[in-house]
Structure formats: structure tokens, C-alpha cells
Design a protein around this ligand. Structure first.
Ligand SMILES: Nc1ncnc2c1ncn2[C@@H]1O[C@H](COP(=O)(O)OP(=O)(O)O)[C@@H](O)[C@H]1O
Ligand SMILES: [Mg+2]
Length: 234
């Protein structure tokens, strides 16, 4: 089991104070969803966990070890960036080969290529792929190695319905395997269906962290959508 703890995390980009003291305990495995309006700091928080954004103050630890100046922990994290930057002049196959050579580790790609219907595109140059197909490639790269922790930043963006169904299958399987999975999304039905815990980020602070049912109870709402609307007006 992976325990991820965030304490008093602050981050500003010049005068823009994005994270204003974030405290979080990812104390159980399963699917946690970070919700929040655009520009509320979801990606910044995920990048801070990965050491890609250096916080101004605060601490992040994984299984009791602080992540600052400790690069080895990243081997335990599978990361899906919100915006992927691929070398455009390669074909899909060339990129997948290159990644495995660089990591010196063969990924389990066969089932991902099937689930995300990438076979017809293996010899296609990446810069000619559609947005949705690029996202399928992004997902395949993020999911090809098994790890205890998954950070998936807006995984469903651009996906067709079949790909969404297959992604949900994969997420459920990872959950059964006891992984800690943190996703960001704006798709409420996805949250209703899959998520165990919700984190709501607003104006740099955690406005809510807990079970879906608790959020609905707090606002006596019939649906999760209504509770989120109530939370925003609170
Ligand atoms: N590298 C950066 N330099 C300057 N500002 C940034 C940078 N990254 C993010 N921001 C700003 O931080 C805020 C939060 O961004 P982000 O974490 O991407 O939000 P979200 O993922 O919730 O949409 C936004 O106002 C964004 O413009
Ligand atoms: Mg984002």
C-alpha cells in the first residue's frame, strides 16, 4: 500500500498564488478524483507530487520518505500528462520502442494497443494523428508499466466512447490490484461511477476531501452535480 502525504504546500507563479496551503492524506488505495474549476491548480498539484513543480514551501512524502531531492520514488509512479509532448517526426511504433529502450524495460503494450485501437496507427507519424488518437497513445505510454501509484491528469479528454469504456475497465482493474490512483477530470458521470474519494480544489485551497456520499450529505443534494454546484456557491 502506498501512503502519500502532503503538508502545507504553497506554490506561486510570480504573483499568482496557485496553491495556498494544501494538506492531503491519501491514506487508502483506490481512485481519488481531484475536481475544481479551470486554473484551480489541479495540474500544478499533480506536477508537485512528481517533482516537476518545485513548491515554495511545504512537504510531500511517500511512504514516510520526503520526495525532495529523492528521485528514486518516481519509479513507483505512472504519470499521464494533461498535455503530452511527443517527438512528432517519429511513428507510433518508433516512439513506443524508443521509450522501452530508454527505460531498459519492456512494457505490457499488447492489450493497451488492442483496447485503444492503436494497431492501424502503429506506422503513422505522430504529428498526423488526431487529438483523440494522440491521447490513446499518451494513455498507452502512461499505463504500459505497472506501478503502485498512478497520476492521471484528465485521462478522458478527446477519447471516443469505446476508449472511455476500456479506460474505465483498466482503472477498475488497477483499483482491484490495490493501486493508489489519482485522477483529475471534469466528467461527473465518470466520478459517480469510479471514484472512491473526492478532493475539491478551489482558489488554492482544499474545499472538500472525503467520500462522494459525504459531499452529497453535506449539501442534502440528490446528485453529485448539485452538491458540486452548492459547494461552489458556498
Ligand atoms: N509554469 C507556469 N508558469 C506560470 N503560471 C502557471 C504555470 N503553470 C500553471 N500556471 C498557472 O497556475 C494556475 C493553475 O494552473 P493549473 O494547475 O494548470 O490549473 P488546472 O489544472 O486546475 O486547470 C493557472 O492560473 C495557470 O495559468
Ligand atoms: Mg490541468
Amino acid at each position: 500500500m502506498s501512503k502519500l502525504v502532503i503538508r502545507e504546500l504553497h506554490k506561486a507563479f510570480s504573483k499568482n498564488q496557485v496553491l495556498k496551503g494544501i494538506d492531503l492524506d491519501f491514506s487508502s488505495n483506490g481512485i481519488w478524483t481531484i475536481l475544481g474549476p479551470n486554473a484551480s491548480g489541479k495540474t500544478t498539484l499533480i506536477k508537485a507530487i512528481l517533482g516537476m513543480v518545485i513548491p515554495d514551501s511545504g512537504n510531500i512524502s511517500i511512504n514516510g520518505e520526503t520526495i525532495t531531492n529523492n528521485w528514486k520514488y518516481k519509479d513507483k509512479i505512472s504519470y499521464l500528462p494533461q498535455i503530452a509532448h511527443f517527438p512528432d517526426n517519429l511513428t507510433v511504433n518508433e516512439l513506443l520502442k524508443m521509450i522501452q529502450e530508454l527505460r531498459n524495460r519492456t512494457g505490457s503494450l499488447e492489450s493497451l494497443i488492442k483496447e485503444f485501437d492503436l494497431k492501424p496507427f502503429l506506422n503513422t507519424k505522430i504529428d498526423t494523428l488526431s487529438g483523440g488518437t494522440k491521447q490513446k497513445l499518451n494513455l498507452s505510454i502512461a499505463l504500459m508499466y505497472k506501478n503502485p501509484i498512478y497520476l492521471l491528469d484528465e485521462p478522458t479528454v478527446g477519447l471516443d466512447p469505446i476508449a472511455v469504456i476500456n479506460l474505465k475497465k483498466i482503472l477498475r482493474k488497477l483499483k482491484r490490484e490495490g493501486k493508489l490512483i489519482i485522477i483529475t477530470t471534469h466528467i461527473i458521470p465518470l466520478v459517480e461511477e469510479l471514484t472512491d474519494k473526492i478532493i475539491f480544489l478551489l482558489e488554492g485551497k482544499i474545499k472538500f476531501c472525503g467520500l462522494k456520499a459525504q459531499l452529497q450529505q453535506n449539501y442534502s443534494s440528490k446528485s453529485l452535480e448539485e452538491s458540486i454546484a452548492a459547494l461552489l456557491q458556498d
